[in-house]
Design a binder for this molecule. Structure first.
Ligand code: UGA
Length: 415
């Protein structure tokens, strides 16, 4: 996305990867990930985009090297920086190039990379932290209309050059030091995850006291100090970023001698939230063994094929463990899901997934599920229960079809 974005702003961009298949695919004009609008952007600016597995090739054409490699969690939950270090190691000494870190790295990584560069006599290379804030599924719009651009550096030419690249977007610019830029990224993700776990806990209380969390979130969100975004209660946040970054920040704090209690609760609430649906089903259906449940959606959010950290993984595993027959449909993520959950029964469409189901659970709010005709669903199901795991459905339409609607935290709507 970064490559396509900068090409769309007029830059020549060289994309380097060690994965030859990925580079070949991109040369053929295919995007290796599902991201709406990205293939079109790549095609539109193909003349300015060069794909190669050869780093020296790219170094001839470009001065700013944006590092966009994965930093998955290790077994300890800390970020695995092996790929970042491979990139740093592969850089030749130079006075005219800069490493610009887009990958999400723990606070302190920039300082340690600068130290490594000094030790290896490569301190002519500049280092800039430029964290990424775009969301999967809306990456194109997020790149072109960022809320802010954050640049952390020691005040040299490279930070100015990165700022110039982003200038046409007209976004507020935060120029700061490397450590603060690294921390902004982790703190932003951790705060968003906290917002979600908070509203999920409010939802759970709403169920106890007969309130509707959708109304509560609306009333809260109109307070400008709170804001309406990321207050959608559901079956927990997923994705590689929140799960990884919240844990990485918690451990970063721990490693530096500070116990970040709030984040422990955020993580725990999220884990329990994925499992709460199982008790909802038990309440409606009693013993679950032998029951048939349809899952609508498997990806961690709509408009992506990403299954990393998806709530569906935990939910499906729990249902299978209870002896449930789980039939699922996802319009895009099925291939990825099959690799992680080969034991699920995959249906080619939503209506085929709900066939003979005792209960249907909306797991990912793909537009095609939100807009489904619930009368068609009702005709095919053998049971009546519809659990709206994202509070995205029109509960009235579900009920009018003769089905029983239950959302998350919608105590007042249950009747
Ligand atoms: C997140 C951040 O939003 C981006 O700013 C950041 O750049 C990115 O991580 C990253 O670090 O790379 P992303 O994981 O793509 O983006 O998706 P989000 O839209 O943030 O959704 C994450 C999860 O939270 C999804 O499972 C979504 O369903 C859930 N969510 C979101 C809720 O449960 N409730 C909400 O109100 C919002």
């Amino acid at each position: 996305m970064t490559a396509a974005g900068f090409a769309s702003l007029g830059s020549e961009v060289w994309c380097v990867d060690i994965d030859e298949d990925k580079i070949e695919q991109l040369r053929r004009g295919q995007s290796p990930i599902y991201e709406p609008g990205l293939p079109e952007l790549l095609a539109k600016h193909s003349a300015r985009l060069h794909f190669t597995t050869d780093l020296p090739d790219a170094l001839q054409g470009a001065r700013l090297l944006f590092v966009a490699v994965g930093t998955p969690p290790t077994h300890s939950g800390d970020a695995d920086l092996a790929s970042v270090h491979e990139v740093v190691d592969s850089m030749p000494a130079s006075d005219s190039h800069a490493l610009v870190m887009k990958s999400t790295v723990p606070c302190g990584t920039g300082a340690s990379i600068e130290r490594v560069l000094r030790e290896r006599g490569k301190d002519g290379l500049s280092y800039v932290s430029c964290p990424e804030f775009l969301k999967e599924g809306s990456a194109v719009a997020d790149f072109l209309h960022p809320d802010r651009v954050v640049i952390g550096d020691g005040g040299g030419w490279a930070g100015d050059a990165v700022a110039k690249l982003y200038e046409p977007l007209g976004a507020p610019l935060v120029r700061t030091d490397v450590a603060s830029a690294e921390m902004i990224k982790l703190a932003a993700n951790a705060f968003l995850a906290t917002k979600i776990s908070f509203i999920n806990e409010i939802a759970n209380v709403c169920e106890q006291v007969g309130a509707d969390v959708v109304q509560v979130a609306k009333g809260m969100g109109l307070d400008e100090r709170i804001g309406p975004k990321f207050l959608q209660a559901g079956i927990g946040y997923g994705g590689s970023c929140f799960t990884k970054d919240v844990s990485a920040l918690k451990l970063l704090a721990g490693n530096s001698g500070y116990h970040f209690q709030l984040l422990s609760a955020v993580i725990e609430v999220n884990e329990l939230q994925k499992r709460r649906v199982v008790s909802k089903l038990q309440r409606h259906l009693g013993e679950l063994a032998g029951k048939r449940v349809a899952l609508l959606g498997l990806a961690f959010k709509p408009n992506t094929d990403d299954m990393r950290g998806a709530s569906s993984l935990v939910l499906a595993a729990r249902l299978l463990a209870e002896g449930v027959h789980v039939r699922a449909h996802d319009p895009i993520a099925e291939e990825q899901a099959r690799r992680l959950m080969p034991e699920l029964d995959y249906a080619p469409s939503a209506l085929e997934a709900v066939e003979e189901a005792d209960a249907t659970i909306l797991v990912t709010e793909w537009p095609q599920f939100v807009g489904i005709d619930w009368r068609d669903v009702a005709k095919r199901m053998r049971g009546r229960i519809v659990i709206d795991g994202r509070n995205a459905l029109d509960g009235e339409a579900v009920r009018e079809a003769g089905l029983t609607y239950e959302g998350i935290g919608r105590g007042a709507c249950r009747q």
